[in-house]
Design a protein around this ligand. Sequence first.
Ligand code: ADP
Ligand code: MG
Length: 345
Amino acid sequence: RRQRRMAVIHELDSHMADLIAAGEVVERPSSVCKELVENAIDAGATQITVELEHGGISYLRICDNGCGMSPEDAPVAFRRHATSKIRTREDLAAIGTLGFRGEALAAICAVSRVDLFTKQIGCVEGTHLSLEGGKITANEPAGCPEGTTFVIRDLFYNTPARMKFLKKDFTEAGYVLSVVEHAAESHPEIMFRCIRDGKDVFHSPGGGSLKNAVFSVFGKELSKNLIEMPEHELNGVKVWGYISKPHAPRANRTYQHFFVNGRFVKSKLIQAAMEEAYRNSMITGKYPYGCVCVQLPLSQVDVNVHPAKTEVKFAQEKQVFSAVYAACKNALAGDDNVPEIQAKP
Ligand code: ADP
Ligand code: MG
């Protein structure tokens, strides 16, 4: 009986806290890739290259030509809640960057071995940092190109329980590639490259054309049946993109890509609005595909729902629904190739 009372409350040390928090942000190699690609985008990069080996578990390298970090900032970036992107509560109400929590780097370095090479634009010398299990093991000046390169090795080497939940390398690599593809669609101004086990598996040209980016992602065959959805605004919600012709549906929804304010999202609401627009022109059990971009005032959407940030909450759901529906409907109506629904004789 006495012993039961012995349980004493104590605060976890910061390393344990980081390990637990890491689980929220870093689920698999693709989540590492997503966080690092988002950082590269926030850093203003125009070229981002992702290289991976063994599904990104043993090796993941993300290289950007963005603003880089100063020798003083680089080590601070790995601390928990260290961010250059928001400062005040007001900032939280209107998040304009992809990152804002200041958690990603802390989480990633807690569960892997990290090398960082970074140089600010216009600086003579760059910085190299090594970290293992969250601890800095090297911090030295280094010659490197302008921008930032992260090398993540041996993800989950110190958390075998997490490691067990990973799928086969091929599947994990597929998830990483999806992250790069979604980033290319949401940021057509950036040139993306993905190299898997030494082979080029994805390339988008950059330059700002959504059409080119979508073509890179969907490939020749699927792109053939995409029609342009010109920008359409309703209730302050702008919607545009490329959507499939009704006569060329897919058996599943994997090629439905939705973006809200430049962020890839999973949204039942957008999905329902898009599918509603095809309602009378598509067989049940088949789904339209395409890239649907939605833009609305930052104050009208909450991205602070989950650390992985693929879910969003809209303040005005009905308005978003009708805007997406109207844009899709319009695009479909303007497409000459939409076959008439045949009346049964
Ligand atoms: P967040 O993105 O939420 O701010 P992170 O942990 O992802 O938090 O990154 C911490 C900080 O490190 C960022 O706010 C940024 O200042 C810096 N940083 C991270 N990656 C890069 C990069 N690729 N280029 C320049 N700065 C970066
Ligand atoms: Mg970040």
